[in-house]
Unconditional design. Structure first.
Length: 294
């Protein structure tokens, strides 16, 4: 039986364990992650948490709807078993009709030929059972050259506990283009803080030889994946290949370990080409968008 549960009714231990054991486990699905970035969230639960579908919810102008919360790439239906389209549609039917819009990004296990979906793309790099030398062979010729350039520039990577400098760097260089709201940045900071409390946040900054900040990135690490949550770069960082240097550092450090490096995107051709140049594999997930007006 599929039940609709509010946040307070959910058994968080069972819920999070379902996310952990899911075939397409994603850090975005955990209760602590949703608590950090959603206005509020409820969930659909099958039997004794054999499958779950988290539902970020929002009310605007008196209208209830399920929305794509900031800093979440993939949600949808999670289960340790193979998910058939019939089960997915059964879950969708259990979403209360008071929600006039359903707008969610599905995970890669929710790969169905159904109505109301459109494809989106992500790039991943499996690190397990691969040495750095093997992974390096997958780099494009241009990316290998960029990493060598960065090394010649004498760039330095520092691990830190504060995301403030990276977030501010992003706002200064990309903030106007992407038009993130103040609430989105507050949600990001809550997410970073909670991730640090759970020891799941990795923050790295890249500096030049004069200790000038060039860029940085925030990663989230769980039992399965290292997710590239957020990154920033200034013009000098682009010139000095700071992001190539940082991504190569992550690949080198975690090579051979039981993780997938999740680049988290992108639909933007230039960014997708950058990720692909590290030998990353393209994967498809879907956006589901449906109006429930009647």
């Amino acid at each position: 039986m599929i039940r609709y549960l509010t946040r307070s009714q959910i058994d968080l231990f069972k819920y999070d364990n379902c996310i952990l054991e899911s075939r397409s486990s994603r850090v975005y699905g955990y209760s602590w992650y949703l608590d950090a970035v959603c206005d509020t969230w409820h969930a659909l639960v099958l039997d004794d948490y054999n499958a779950v579908m988290p539902l970020p919810i929002r009310v605007k102008y008196g209208v209830n709807y399920i929305y794509q919360a900031p800093w979440i790439q993939q949600l949808g239906l999670f289960s340790h078993k193979k998910i058939e389209s019939k089960l997915f549609e059964d879950f969708i039917q259990k979403i209360p009709k008071k929600f006039k819009l359903i707008d969610m990004m599905l995970n890669t296990s929710n790969n169905f030929s159904i109505k109301h979906v459109k494809p989106r793309y992500n790039f991943i790099l499996p690190l397990e059972n691969n040495s750095y030398q093997v992974l390096l062979k997958g780099y494009s010729k241009g990316r290998k050259s960029s990493v060598k350039q960065a090394q010649k520039f004498g760039l330095k990577i520092k691990k830190t506990t504060s995301a403030k400098a990276i977030i501010e760097l992003f706002r200064e260089n990309k903030g106007e283009d992407l038009q993130k709201s103040a609430q989105d940045y507050l949600a990001l900071q809550r997410l970073v803080n909670q991730g640090q409390f759970l020891r799941k946040t990795l923050i790295y900054e890249v500096f030049n030889s004069n200790d000038k900040l060039l860029g940085g990135a925030i990663f989230l690490i769980d039992e399965h994946r290292i997710t590239n949550l957020f990154s920033a770069l200034n013009n000098l960082g682009r010139e000095k290949q700071a992001m190539s240097f940082l991504v190569d550092f992550i690949i080198k450090y975690y090579a051979g370990q039981p993780f997938v490096l999740d680049f988290e995107g992108s639909m933007i051709t230039k960014i997708a080409s950058f990720y692909k140049s590290f030998g990353a594999i393209k994967e498809t997930y879907f956006q589901y968008k449906k109006w429930q007006l009647f």
